[in-house]
Design a protein around this ligand. Structure first.
Ligand code: ADP
Ligand code: MG
Length: 686
């Protein structure tokens, strides 16, 4: 049964409770299937023997073969080192051991040929290989030619779960799996047409291929499988929606929508906003349920569109809900929606975890009896006691933060599912795109500065503040190292206070009580505080058009998607805005690419492309939160052609057998159910 893959990792040989917890925390690996899909990001060709003269600084690893010409133990008693010399036709390199020195000395054979593998060190013009893997003679070349390399983290490495350690776990996992645990679901005919290897084969070969050909075949198969599964899911849902789900019809816009448009909207909608509203209007009059994704860059004006769609719902006698991923964001939405509505007769309520007691009860009552038109809140909206009288529309902000399962719960809130408008930066459903910024916006200027230039940066902040502007200074807060980060934030706050003794400074972070946070936000939003020191809690949604400078501290620790979201907090007014990325001097090459990309472009779509290309080793903070995280083998950018192929194949199947009723499609249906990609709405199909 495929269910074995759902077994918790703690039951895998070689994984105890401590390691299981670490794997969950560091790499988000919880079950057998997660580890199975923790794919190596590359393989080392162990058959390839290089030469000493091929050594270069920063080589990830090298394999050499040569004569062990001699070795000796050096250094003071407590810091003993074993140094050996390996010589091939092109030169000599030092092999060094710091641990188990005496034991290793016993086994080494002077004058013998060794195959040696390790990561070279480069120091003061000289190469050495610390703690290499050693094999006497010609090595096992054929036994395992391709060695997988897995991404890991510092915490995991400390506990022996480096790439090698993970390799051992994957091996032990594959040993326990039989072919029936990895059942084929792509129909035989399709596999033949597209020349795809079987599933069991592919999942083994992707980790431990015998040769390059096997590796490539397995990659292709798994990429196809991922794209095919997703596409099929989307197409089936769409077909089912069109077939079955009747939607509410919003055909009136002659009430609050009309008044809002003519009396309250202080600006001309952009062409893109108008087009999107037209698309949504078509959807909501069609009689079918809308499931639309509104994709637009940060600050492109998605929220105003969402509000107007809510007003359509209200004009037709329905209630609407706006769901935000955090409490702060929900409050922000409430504030800006109330401000936008002014005195229009729309009854708006807020529901978050901190609305308690009688106000909460009253709110529930008003919702149920239809005395509330628009409810804004966090996922508290999904809780059972929340009953609407007639919910007609749900707007989900930043939807990638909500799980599919959570979304499905919304559907259960009504006899008929409400229309759903999800707003996000990335997407793949029926998509509307706002690809035009409101007029008068100047592109944000982004620069990279290093710690020694901090004084100059502060000087610049001062100039901007003197001009009447405000600034953000953001510190990373990564769950894994929360205490350290918290200290960084507080140290930073103090130094900012010292550098700007004459300006009120606000501070916001995750450990504050909601109402303190709110008060600080308010102090900044009102213009009283000139500088806002914060963690990433301000990542989304905060809208203070007067803020023109965003300083991001330790920017190398953020993922691209996060950097882009943060930068989107400035550049919301007519003034020139700036984003300053502060880093230390030491930057990894990925880090450098991220910083450079940010400095080069403001285009969220381009940034997401680079983001996905970098995602391979996935060691940076914030990776998990950013964008499309369900793809393991495939890459939306690099594998676009395969995506097209998979889509065409999925389309054909859905056209011919939209309910997957044919016997040859049963494994497909089972697979989709197991994947729970469509949890909730899938039950409507099968
Ligand atoms: P998003 O939700 O896409 O991040 P918002 O809807 O919050 O963007 O809009 C950002 C800012 O731009 C808000 O202050 C909003 O009032 C303003 N805005 C939206 N649309 C326009 C427009 N067409 N012209 C001028 N300003 C606009
Ligand atoms: Mg927004």
């Amino acid at each position: 049964m495929a269910d074995k893959l759902h077994t918790a990792l703690v039951y895998l040989k070689g994984v105890g409770p401590a390691k299981a917890e670490l794997l969950a925390r560091e790499l988000n690996l919880h079950r057998f299937r997660d580890l199975l899909w923790h794919l190596p990001f590359r393989h080392i060709d162990r058959a390839e023997i290089q030469q000493v003269r091929d050594l270069r600084p920063n080589l990830p690893a090298i394999q050499l073969r040569g004569l062990l010409t001699g070795f000796s133990i050096t250094g003071p008693p407590r810091r003993k080192r074993l140094v050996a010399l390996l010589q091939d036709d092109s030169g000599v390199v030092e092999l060094i051991w710091f641990r188990a020195v005496v034991n290793i000395e016993k086994i080494l054979k002077k004058g013998a040929t060794y195959t040696v593998y390790g990561k070279p060190n480069y120091y003061r013009g000289k190469f050495s290989i610390p703690h290499p893997e050693m094999e006497l003679g010609e090595g096992q070349a054929s036994a395992m030619r391709f060695q997988p390399v897995y991404s890991s983290t510092d915490q995991l490495r400390k506990r022996g779960l480096d790439s090698k350690g993970l390799e051992r776990l994957v091996r032990s996992l594959l040993d326990t799996l039989v072919p029936a645990d990895l059942p084929e679901f792509i129909p035989a005919e399709l596999r033949r047409q597209r020349r795809l290897v079987g599933r069991d084969r592919a999942l083994r070969d992707i980790h431990f291929p015998v040769d390059q050909k096997a590796l490539e075949a397995s990659r292709r198969r798994l990429k196809f499988e991922e794209f095919f599964g997703i596409q099929l899911g989307l197409l089936l849902t769409k077909a089912a929606t069109q077939r079955k789900l009747k939607g509410f019809v919003f055909d009136r816009i002659d009430g609050v929508f009309d008044r809002f448009y003519h009396q309250r909207l202080g600006f001309e909608l952009t062409g893109a906003q108008k087009r999107v509203l037209r698309e949504i209007r078509q959807d909501t009059r069609s009689g079918a349920q809308m499931n639309r994704l509104l994709q637009g860059d940060v600050g492109s004006g998605k929220t105003i569109v969402a509000l107007m769609v809510a007003l359509m719902a209200i004009d037709n006698g329905f209630q609407a809900a706006v769901m935000a991923p955090t409490e702060i964001l929900a409050q922000q939405h409430l504030a800006s929606i109330q401000e936008a509505l002014g005195d229009l007769p729309v009854r708006v309520g807020l529901l978050t975890g901190s609305v308690k007691g009688k106000p909460r009860k009253d709110l529930f009552m008003a919702l149920k009896t239809g005395h509330l038109d628009l409810l804004i809140g966090t996922h508290a909206l999904l809780e059972d006691p929340v009953v609407f009288q007639n919910l007609g529309l749900v707007v989900i902000d930043e939807q990638h933060r909500f799980g599919v399962a959570q979304r499905a719960r919304l559907w259960k809130k009504n006899v008929r599912p409400p229309h759903v408008l999800a707003m996000t930066l990335y997407g793949d459903l029926d998509t509307s795109v706002i690809d035009e910024l409101p007029p008068g916006r100047k592109p944000i200027q982004t620069v990279h500065r290093r710690d020694p230039q901090r004084l100059a940066v502060f000087g610049f902040l001062k100039e901007e503040i003197e001009k009447g502007r405000q600034a953000y200074i953001v510190y990373p807060l990564i769950e894994e190292s929360a205490n350290m980060d918290y200290k960084d934030l507080m140290d930073g706050y103090e130094s900012v206070c010292r550098a700007f003794p004459n300006y009120p400074i606000a501070i916001v972070h995750g450990r504050q009580k909601a109402h303190d946070k709110d008060a600080e936000m308010q102090r900044f939003a009102s213009g009283q505080a000139k500088i806002m020191v914060a963690t990433t809690v301000i990542e989304v949604g905060v809208n203070v058009p007067n803020a023109s400078v965003m300083v991001i501290e330790s920017a190398e620790r953020f993922g691209l998607a996060q950097l882009h979201q943060l930068r989107g907090r400035v550049g919301r007014g007519a003034e020139q805005s700036y984003c300053i990325l502060m880093t230390s001097d030491k930057l990894s090459s990925d880090g450098r690419t991220r910083i450079r990309t940010m400095c080069e472009t403001n285009d969220g779509f381009r940034i997401s492309e680079v983001d996905m290309k970098l995602r391979g080793p996935g060691e940076m903070a914030g990776t998990r939160q950013s964008g499309i995280e369900n793809l393991h083998a495939a890459d939306l950018v690099l594998d676009r052609e395969l995506l097209e192929e998979a889509r065409a194949a999925a389309q054909q199947i859905v056209e011919e057998d939209p309910r997957l009723e044919r016997p040859e499609h049963h494994p497909l249906a089972a697979h989709l159910v197991a994947e729970r990609r469509l949890k909730g709405d899938w039950s409507r199909i099968s």
